[in-house]
Design a protein around this ligand. Structure first.
Ligand SMILES: *Cc1c(COP(=O)(O)O)cnc(C)c1O
Length: 220
């Protein structure tokens, strides 16, 4: 079942697009099924849940943290996560850096942008991100690396609006790349697209999609 759904999603995406299988709320048995089918990157949105799963599931799984992250929870994921998608403040990034240092590692991070019209979605504006990247605090962080951007489009049945939101994120990526990351080759990731809209996201330049229900079924 899961291997068939996984195969269907993979068939629809080009080889340069990374698939994050969003396993939040799902039991380890289902993750193991996807693992047996070859999937190695999984996404979680609760810190404690990521930690619990990472401690018992195979060590070559790459755990991405995709949800809103509270500073006091960073310590749970710092030993385990290979990419945090949801950096939305210098304070959070500073805590990730502190926990990276404690774990003797550099933690890859994406800046999350608010691209949807919905008020409830988290994320930075381009102005806020520019301020963050220009700050002295940022320059002192040696145990984090900003490798790209992430965003969630509005949950609406309006393809044109969703497309425009993805175009906006791609544009933000390009501007940040030109202004801050020109000399590095590590700023590469545009994390956008979920079960309902990943085709549109890929058409607009996504390099990483986060797909849950299309692989694991609906969540309660
Ligand atoms: C839950 C979640 C997803 C996956 O959503 P689906 O619609 O089930 O594919 C992707 N990104 C984020 C940030 C999520 O919280």
């Amino acid at each position: 079942m899961i291997n068939e759904k996984l195969a269907t999603v993979k068939k629809n995406i080009p080889s340069n697009v990374t698939l994050v299988a969003v396993s939040k709320t799902k039991p380890n048995e289902l993750i193991e099924e996807a693992y047996k089918a070859g999937q190695r990157i999984f996404g979680e949105n609760k810190a404690q849940e990521l930690k619990n799963k990472a401690e018992v599931l195979p060590k070559d799984i790459q755990w991405h943290f995709i949800g809103h992250l509270q500073r006091n929870k960073v310590k749970y994921i710092a030993p385990h996560t290979s990419l945090i998608h949801s950096i939305d403040s210098i304070q959070l990034l500073t805590e990730v850096n502190k926990q990276g240092l404690k774990n003797n590692r550099i933690i890859d991070c994406l800046l999350q942008f608010h691209i949807a019209t919905e008020e409830s979605k988290f994320g930075l504006s381009l102005e806020e991100a520019t301020e963050l990247l220009n700050s002295n605090d940022f320059l002192n962080l040696k145990n984090i690396k900003i490798v790209g951007v992430m965003g969630m489009a509005s949950f609406i049945n309006n393809e044109e609006q969703v497309r425009n939101e993805f175009i906006r994120l791609k544009d933000i990526f390009t501007q940040l790349n030109n202004n801050f990351f020109k000399k590095t080759e590590t700023f590469q990731t545009i994390s956008m697209g979920m079960s309902g809209d990943y085709q549109i996201a890929i058409e607009e330049g996504s390099t990483m999609i986060r797909v849950g229900s299309a692989i694991f079924g609906n969540r309660n």
